[in-house]
Design a protein around this ligand. Structure first.
Ligand SMILES: C[S@@+](CC[C@H](N)C(=O)[O-])C[C@H]1O[C@@H](n2cnc3c(N)ncnc32)[C@H](O)[C@@H]1O
Length: 187
């Protein structure tokens, strides 16, 4: 079966290929090494744009260089926390939470700021029925476990009348990464 990141990319591909939107506005809430941003930008081409946020300058610089080398133009990078997003700007949002691999693990996403961004997007689902939120969670480290538990508890309590909430996980590996998606309930 699919690894978590691969599965999140499958969801993205399905969304983009089946969308009726003439232009798709995407958010990568955690730019990191730019892999998700580049995946989105390449799929979208002229059909959309990616805004990509990270609090670490190194992540922004690495991604900027990759984008230049690949001649990708449909991305804007923000050296900023995702808590400051304008959620009304997006149709698709991905949060690949945690820390940048092979760097300081203490610089990781935190439940307080992650939740500000997720809550902003969830309230926007009422205005934008196309909005899909994809969250990749990493409960295998201390801060990640706190964050995952918090987001899990939030997501499971969202009204099923308004929201469709799904979870994809390795059932027999409780600490491995998993995905939650939040979108509008289809009546
Ligand atoms: C697992 S990495 C993201 C991987 C990335 N999406 C990729 O494809 O390479 C998590 C990233 O989140 C960033 N981050 C942590 N807190 C953040 C915040 N409040 N706002 C935006 N980015 C944040 C970290 O600096 C790190 O680069």
């Amino acid at each position: 079966m699919f690894k978590i990141v691969e599965f999140s990319h499958l969801i993205i591909k399905e969304y983009i290929n089946n969308s009726n939107l003439s232009f798709i506005r995407c958010l990568d809430a955690t730019c990191g090494m730019g892999n998700d941003t580049i995946y989105l930008a390449n799929l979208l081409k002229e059909k959309g744009h990616v805004d990509s946020y990270d609090i670490q300058e190194i992540a922004i610089n690495i991604t900027k260089e990759k984008l230049n080398n690949l001649n990708i133009k449909n991305v804007t990078l923000y050296h900023k926390s995702h808590e400051y997003i304008d959620a009304s700007l997006y149709d698709l949002a991905i949060f690949n939470l945690g820390y940048l691999p092979n760097t300081d693990k203490s610089i990781t996403t935190k439940k307080e700021t992650t939740m500000i961004a997720i809550e902003k997007l969830v309230s926007e689902i009422n205005n934008n029925p196309n909005l899909l939120i994809i969250i990749c969670l990493y409960p295998g480290h201390t801060e990640g476990k706190l964050e995952s538990d918090f987001i899990d508890n939030y997501a499971i309590n969202l009204s099923s009348k308004k929201y469709l909430v799904t979870k994809y996980l390795n059932y027999n590996r409780p600490t491995s990464p998993y995905i939650i998606t939040i979108s509008k309930t289809k009546l």
